[in-house]
Design a protein. Structure first.
Length: 364
């Protein structure tokens, strides 16, 4: 097994800004860590440095007590599953899974044991004689997983492995990968831009932007207490809503105000605010509201769209000309053009610094 440490690692390509900038990160032994972020954020470069496919420009990379910074890939105890699956079209499933073991001159009886065991766990025993061209996307993904499994690596790397699958198959394959991690007891590092994959699979998530780590935490920590506007925006569907304004104090009371909204913050939110910047952004997730009557401490908006999504129903509102989404439940009935009032759940409100984007009052 392996604990992975990035020590002040930077990766810069010729003539460009750092793809990964001063990364300090410890991946725990047997942890399932997900690198999450948009295209170009540095997550795949980070994964490739673990695999030895990229050398850092500066800094050190350690596996347990071994410095592997410039160790070639074949000397690292890692296995990698790519987005493209990279199967040999002329070889059957058995030989695709066995290929890496044959290259390492593993004994035939041991190859047989490992391939059969992997095929059984992945439920592809009946496919061992087929060629990749005869398989569905999900079956090809299982073969790619099996090829990595039989290596019995200390570190298991996955780069967007489910992005080529349809939505329903992605859900089932997430469960497969979760079971695989539990069964193998191996350190997993997984790259994705899909928040649902990250929240479903990870023990911890590393959110990256422009080569810089924005936040590291458990799925609950990342979702419930985002470090800044970027992190808050990247998780949630529909995404978190924002209202731009100021904080106004009246005695012991603090309110958020802009041209058309005034909302009094509750005592717990006020207690969490570490600073009082001139400009703030109020962050409210669609599920963190309650429909109420006009008046009192409420926010009003005009229904612009009604969005049923099976188990839920969302309303798209217009507030100050901006889009604002709230979850109302599948039984709720509203019409476009209707004016409604709602109240954010007080302790669930986020307050961000309007200039830096930092969360100065994350949800409790």
């Amino acid at each position: 097994m392996a604990r992975i440490q990035f020590k002040h690692i930077t990766k810069t390509y010729a003539g460009g800004a750092p793809a990964v900038d001063t990364l300090n990160l410890e991946i725990k032994d047997r942890e399932f860590l997900v690198l999450l972020g948009p295209s170009g954020c540095g997550k795949s470069t980070t994964l490739n440095m673990i695999a030895g496919l990229e050398d850092p420009t500066s800094g050190e990379l350690w596996f347990d007590d071994l410095d592997v910074t410039y160790l070639p890939p074949h000397k690292r105890d890692v296995a990698m599953v790519f987005q493209s699956y990279a199967l040999y079209p002329h070889k059957n499933v058995y030989e695709n899974i066995a290929f890496g073991l044959r290259m390492r001159k593993v004994a035939n009886d041991e190859i047989e044991r490992r391939v059969r065991d992997a095929a059984r766990k992945l439920e592809i025993e009946h496919l061992l004689e087929r060629k990749p061209g005869q398989l569905s996307g999900g079956q090809r993904q299982r073969v790619a997983l099996g090829r990595a499994m039989v290596r019995e690596p200390a570190v298991f790397l996955m780069d967007e492995p489910l992005s080529n699958l349809d939505a329903a198959l992605r859900v089932s394959m997430r469960a497969e990968i979760k079971h695989l991690h539990a069964a193998m007891g191996t350190t997993f590092v997984y790259v994705t831009h899909d928040q649902a994959e990250a929240l479903t699979l990870a023990d911890r998530i590393v959110v990256m932007q422009n080569g810089v780590v924005q936040q590291i935490g458990t799925p609950d920590e990342i979702y419930e207490r985002p470090a800044n506007i970027f992190v808050a925006s990247f998780l949630g569907s529909p995404p978190i809503n924002y209202l731009h304004g100021k904080l106004k104090q009246n005695g012991d009371h603090v309110s958020f105000v802009n041209d058309n909204v005034r909302f009094a913050l509750d005592a717990s939110t006020i207690a969490r605010i570490g600073s009082r910047p001139e400009k703030v952004v109020l962050g409210i997730r669609p599920e963190d509201v309650q429909i109420t009557t006009a008046g009192g401490n409420v926010i009003e908006g005009l229904v612009d769209s009604v969005l049923p999504v099976g188990s839920d129903r969302f309303l798209g509102l217009k507030i100050n000309g901006s889009d604002f989404f709230i979850r109302v439940g599948k039984e709720a009935r509203f019409a476009e053009g209707e004016r409604i009032a709602f109240s954010p759940v007080p302790e669930r409100v986020h307050v961000f610094d309007g200039d830096s984007g930092k969360n100065i009052a994350g949800a409790s």
